[in-house]
Design a protein around this ligand. Structure first.
Ligand SMILES: [Zn+2]
Length: 551
C-alpha cells in the first residue's frame, strides 16, 4: 500500500459501508476500507501511515460552477473593499506603484465604496494623477458598474480627446467638458481590451495559484468557466495553458472546463478544431487532470438588474419580464449543433422564463437526435415552480445550484417574483425529493469557493450572519448537501463510477475536516476548517493555520 489513513471517522457516502475507521490506497486508488486493525495490517515498509486523530474524512469536495481565472485576477487586484477614506485609497495605490512600474503593468484596485468614507466625494483622474502620472491606475467601485482611471490610463484607452457632445462612450466629464476619468457600464470593457491577454506562462501561473487556493478549501475538482477571462474569447489559449499544466503534472486538483462559446460561429470553430466534451489531459497517475466539459451558454441576466427572464412581469417592475439573450430559434440551433456533436450542455438560467426556454430547446434537441444520458443541465436554476422542476426529472436535466446565493438574494426574490413563486424557488428540497441530479457550486468570484459556508446555506437557508431562515422548508439535510458537493459534482462530469464517494476501486480524492459537521449545530458548519485535501492519494494541502471565515 502507498498510503493508509487510519483512526478516522470516515463517512463514505456509499450505502454499502457508510462509515469506517481506515482506508488503504495504492496507485491513487482506494484498495480496502475497514477497521484500524484490518487496514494497518496491510502496511508495508514503504506505506505512509496518516493518523486522522478521530477527525471526519469525506470524499473531496467539488465546486460545480465557478470561474477560476476570474478569481485569480480578482485576487491579484488591490483590495479597496475595506478602505474608509479617499486618502486610504490613495495610500493603497501609492504602495503598488513601484511593483507596477517594474512589471510594466497597470494598478487595478477593486471594491471602493465612497459611502463608507467620511467625505463621500468621488475622486477624479486628477486625484489619481497625484499617485502616479506614468503608471496607469484603475479603481473599480464595489458595485462593478463604474470605475475611475488616471490620466495615463485614459491615454492608453484613447479617451483623452473625447467630447461630451460627441462621445459614444459612457464616460464622465469635468465642467470644462474634458473627461474626468469616470468609466461606466460596458465602457469599462475597454480596460481589459487595452490590457490585453497575458502571455501563456503568466496564465499558467494564475491557474496554479488559484487552483492551490481551491485545494486549501478541500476541493478536488472544479467545473470552471474561463474562456472569457481576458479580452474576447480565448478558448484555444486557455485550453493550452491548462493542458500544459496537466501534462507537466502540476495541477493540484481536477479541472472540468465549462466551454463558454456564445454564438454559432464560435461554437462551429471550436468543433472544427476537434474539441468535444470528454477531451482529457493528465500525466502519470493523474489522468483526467484537465477535461473539456459542456458547452456553456448564458440565456438571461440577473434578478437584481431585472434582466433574469420571468414568465410573468416583475412584481417590482411591472413593465418588464427580463431580457432573453437568444431568440428561441438561435438557441435551438446552438443546442442542436452541440448535442449532435456529442457535447454536454450547461445553460445559465436564473428566471423561470429562461429555464422554460432552455428546457424546450433541450427537449427538442434530445428528441431530434436521441443520445444516451447526455447530462445537460441548467446553471443557477433559481426561479422555479413545481411543474418546471418536474420537467427536469422527466427530461433528466441536471441543476447546478449555488446554495450560498440565498444570503444575497433572500432580500430581493419576494419583491421580484412575489411570495407565491418565491416559495417554490431555490427549491433544493423538491429537487432532492424528485430525484433531480443537483450539484453544488459557488460561482466564484461572485461568492467565495469555501465549501463549508455553502453547505451551511444549503441546510440553514440563512444569510450566515444571524438572519431568520428563508423558506427553510426548501433546505436539505447535511448529508444531502455534502452529496451535492461530492458525488453529484462527479456525476455532472460523468465520473460517479470512479470518484465522488469512498468505495473500493474509486480514486482516493479525500478531505479531512477539523470538526464533524454531522454532529454540530448546522449554523456552525460555516466555521469548520479543512485540515487536509488528498487527490489520487497524494496530500495536496495540509492546514497550518486556524481558519478565519468572514462574510
Ligand atoms: Zn458563473
Amino acid at each position: 500500500m502507498d498510503q493508509i489513513f487510519f483512526n478516522g471517522t470516515i463517512r463514505t457516502l456509499d450505502p454499502a459501508i457508510p462509515l469506517c475507521q481506515a482506508l488503504a490506497v495504492k496507485d491513487g486508488v482506494i484498495m480496502r476500507m475497514g477497521t484500524d486493525g484490518e487496514i494497518l495490517s496491510l502496511a508495508g515498509p514503504e506505506t505512509a501511515k496518516i493518523d486522522l486523530k478521530g477527525r471526519l474524512m469525506l470524499p473531496g469536495f467539488c465546486d460545480s460552477h465557478m470561474h477560476l481565472l476570474h478569481y485569480a485576477q480578482v485576487k491579484n487586484c488591490l483590495s479597496l473593499f475595506h478602505a474608509t477614506s479617499l486618502s486610504e485609497i490613495m495610500e493603497l495605490c501609492a504602495g503598488a506603484v513601484a511593483a507596477a512600474k517594474e512589471k510594466g503593468s497597470w494598478i487595478m484596485g477593486l471594491g471602493f465604496n465612497e459611502n463608507n468614507w467620511d467625505d463621500k466625494t468621488l475622486p477624479t483622474r486628477r486625484d489619481l494623477d497625484r499617485v502616479s502620472q506614468d503608471v496607469p491606475i484603475v479603481i473599480r467601485r464595489a458595485c462593478f458598474h463604474m470605475m475611475i482611471v488616471n490620466t495615463k490610463a485614459l491615454e492608453l484607452l484613447g479617451l483623452t480627446g473625447e467630447k461630451q457632445e460627441t462621445t459614444t462612450h459612457r464616460i464622465g466629464f469635468y465642467p470644462d467638458g474634458t473627461p474626468n476619468g469616470f468609466l461606466q457600464e460596458e465602457t469599462q470593457n475597454l480596460v481589459q481590451l487595452s490590457m490585453g491577454t497575458p502571455p501563456l506562462e503568466q496564465i499558467k501561473e494564475l491557474i496554479l495559484s488559484a487552483a492551490c487556493d481551491a485545494a486549501a478549501m478541500g476541493i478536488v475538482q472544479i467545473h470552471s468557466d474561463d474562456f472569457e477571462a481576458f479580452a474576447g474569447n480565448q478558448a484555444e489559449l486557455i485550453i493550452q495553458a491548462y493542458r500544459e499544466l496537466a501534462e507537466e503534472g502540476k495541477l493540484p486538483i481536477r479541472i472540468y472546463q465549462q466551454c463558454l462559446l456564445r454564438d454559432q460561429a464560435t461554437l462551429d470553430a471550436f468543433l472544427d478544431h476537434g474539441h468535444r466534451t470528454g477531451e482529457s489531459y493528465g500525466a502519470g497517475l493523474f489522468r483526467g487532470a484537465y477535461t473539456l466539459g459542456p458547452l456553456k451558454i448564458l440565456t438571461d441576466g440577473s434578478l437584481g438588474a431585472n434582466t433574469a427572464v420571468l414568465r410573468k412581469p416583475y412584481c417590482n417592475a411591472p413593465n418588464t419580464k427580463g431580457i432573453h439573450i437568444y431568440e428561441k430559434a438561435v438557441l435551438q440551433k446552438l443546442f442542436d449543433t452541440a448535442h449532435r456533436n456529442g457535447m454536454q450542455i450547461a445553460v445559465h438560467c436564473i428566471g423561470d422564463g429562461a429555464i422554460e426556454q432552455t428546457l424546450d430547446c433541450l427537449e427538442t434537441a434530445m428528441d431530434t437526435c436521441p443520445r444516451a444520458n447526455p447530462r445537460h443541465g441548467v446553471v443557477h436554476c433559481q426561479i422555479t415552480d413545481i411543474p418546471l422542476l418536474e420537467r427536469f426529472r422527466s427530461l433528466n436535466v441536471m441543476a447546478y445550484i449555488q446554495p450560498i446565493f440565498v444570503r444575497g438574494d433572500m432580500d430581493i426574490v419576494d419583491d421580484c417574483v412575489g411570495p407565491e413563486l418565491a416559495a417554490t424557488s431555490y427549491n433544493w428540497r423538491k429537487m432532492e425529493d424528485l430525484g433531480i441530479h443537483a450539484s453544488g457550486g459557488s460561482d466564484c468570484p461572485v461568492e467565495p469557493f469555501d465549501i463549508l459556508p455553502n453547505i451551511c446555506c444549503a441546510v440553514t437557508r440563512t444569510d450566515l450572519a444571524g438572519s431568520a431562515p428563508w423558506y427553510p422548508e426548501n433546505g436539505v439535510t447535511v448529508e444531502e448537501a455534502v452529496k451535492m458537493f461530492t458525488i453529484e459534482g462527479a456525476y455532472a462530469s460523468f465520473e460517479e463510477d470512479i470518484r465522488g464517494s469512498l468505495t473500493v476501486g474509486k480514486l482516493a480524492d479525500l478531505v479531512v475536516l477539523d470538526r464533524n459537521i454531522f454532529q454540530i449545530p448546522a449554523d456552525e458548519i460555516k466555521d469548520v476548517s479543512v485540515d487536509m485535501t488528498v487527490v489520487n492519494g497524494r496530500i495536496v494541502y495540509e492546514r497550518t493555520q486556524a481558519k478565519t471565515f468572514s462574510i
